[in-house]
Design a binder for this molecule. Structure first.
Ligand SMILES: *Cc1c(COP(=O)(O)O)cnc(C)c1O
Length: 396
């Protein structure tokens, strides 16, 4: 089986050679001046990706889940009430993490395939006259269902209700791939990790923190040591880390930011939209359904696709792996067996995506799916062919 095949899982994503080489460095003393020279511009440039000027970026050696935990424990106290929508496996896992920290989570149940309902958030907040709700949680891109949520609309609903709660956003599978506007949307804590849009190895949680969230951290009663914002911010301020930093990933991140800025963030987003649209055209040509209920909800980084009645999506993904050596995402939680996922984020081109779509078609044909081999690939080819010129112009 070839290690040259790309993965089509929604994280960890394919690592470009340039970033693999950038991470391949010899140990260096993290108290030496060259580490200080690396750290400061890194944190500064990360702010550009979050689109924040007023906020700060804090990183920890962890995966995205560690970032969730850091966000929660640095801003809240046990018993605090928070408001969250459950619309997929990742929003569910964040809720579970909050409950294990003894937070009182008011849950808005949603259909899987819908986004975070700004109107319902607004209603719950308007009803909370005594402002018991301290934070509102939104998953920007629900990786289990391939659904994006309108974070700006949630911010407007919070403002319309005149509610002072903090706004926390999981942007693990969207940041650096889809547009994210921390300041414009009034996001107080935005959580991501190194292994999705940044195309790196897993191992760094990256958090955008607003001044309001930094203030809240001073009063937050949840215990934390490793994940303490205060310790990290004061060590970073002196050019260091409170403990050993994940040096290799930090060098990778430097190169990743360089790559993103060389392409241009808006071009990166446009590339993701274009590749995703090709996938959506293929799904339509196959006669299959996306989990996302409407076009506006469709994620540009991952598509969750229902298999026809009588077929098992887990059989499909394991057959693709066994026969062709390519990984696609399985259905998570209540979508297990019913849907598979195509991850289309990070280091990806239209040409790579066509190979993935063609592979899905081979496997579907092997398994007797009522899908015409080549139909989806052809639809995607038409889309990529007719939009290639616009892409060239944008790059120029
Ligand atoms: C991947 C992902 C996470 C979890 O991140 P880990 O790095 O696996 O801990 C959280 N939320 C979303 C939306 C994700 O896609």
């Amino acid at each position: 089986m070839s290690d040259q095949n790309p993965v089509f899982i929604p994280g960890p994503t394919n690592i470009p050679d340039r970033l693999r080489y950038a991470m391949s460095i010899q140990t260096m003393d993290h108290r030496a001046p060259d580490f200080i020279e690396l750290l400061e511009p890194l944190l500064c440039d990360l702010k550009k990706v979050f689109k924040t000027t007023s906020g700060k970026v804090i990183t920890f050696p962890a995966s995205g889940t560690g970032g969730w935990e850091a966000a929660i424990t640095n801003s809240l106290s046990p018993g605090d009430k928070i408001l969250a929508a459950r619309c997929g496996m990742f929003s569910q896992r964040w809720i579970d993490l909050c409950q294990r920290h003894n937070l009182d989570v008011e849950i808005i149940e949603c259909d899987w395939g819908e986004g975070a309902p700004a109107d319902l958030y607004g209603e719950r907040l308007a009803a909370d006259k005594s402002h018991q709700i301290k934070a509102v949680l939104v998953t920007h891109n629900e990786t289990a269902t391939g659904v994006r949520s309108d974070v700006g609309a949630v911010r407007r609903a919070m403002d319309a209700a005149g509610h002072p709660a903090l706004l926390f956003v999981d942007c693990v599978s969207s940041l650096a791939s889809m547009d994210f506007r921390m300041d414009e949307w009034g996001v107080d804590l935005a959580v991501t990790g190194s292994q999705k849009g940044f195309m790196l190895a897993t191992g760094m949680a990256i958090i955008g923190v607003s001044p309001k969230a930094l203030d809240a951290a001073r009063a937050a009663g949840c215990p934390r040591t490793f994940f303490d914002f205060g310790d990290m911010a004061s060590a970073n301020g002196k050019g260091g880390f409170p403990y050993t930093p994940p040096l290799q990933i930090m060098f990778g991140l430097r190169a990743s930011l360089d790559m993103l800025f060389e392409e241009g963030l808006e071009n990166v987003f446009a590339r993701h939209t274009r590749i995703a649209e090709g996938v959506r055209k293929a799904v339509q040509a196959w006669g299959l359904e996306l989990c996302a209920k409407r076009r506006a909800l469709c994620s540009d980084t991952v598509s969750a696709i229902y298999v026809p009645e009588g077929f098992d999506s887990d059989v499909l993904t394991s057959h693709i792996f066994d026969a062709y050596g390519v990984s696609f995402g399985v259905g998570l939680g209540r979508m297990a067996g019913r849907a598979f996922r195509i991850g289309h984020l990070g280091s990806l081109t239209d040409v790579m995506m066509l190979s993935g779509l063609a592979t899905v078609e081979m496997a579907m044909a092997d398994l007797g799916y009522p899908v015409e081999i080549g139909s989806g690939t052809r639809a995607a080819q038409e889309h990529y062919r007719t939009t290639a010129q616009a892409q060239l112009r944008r790059a120029a």
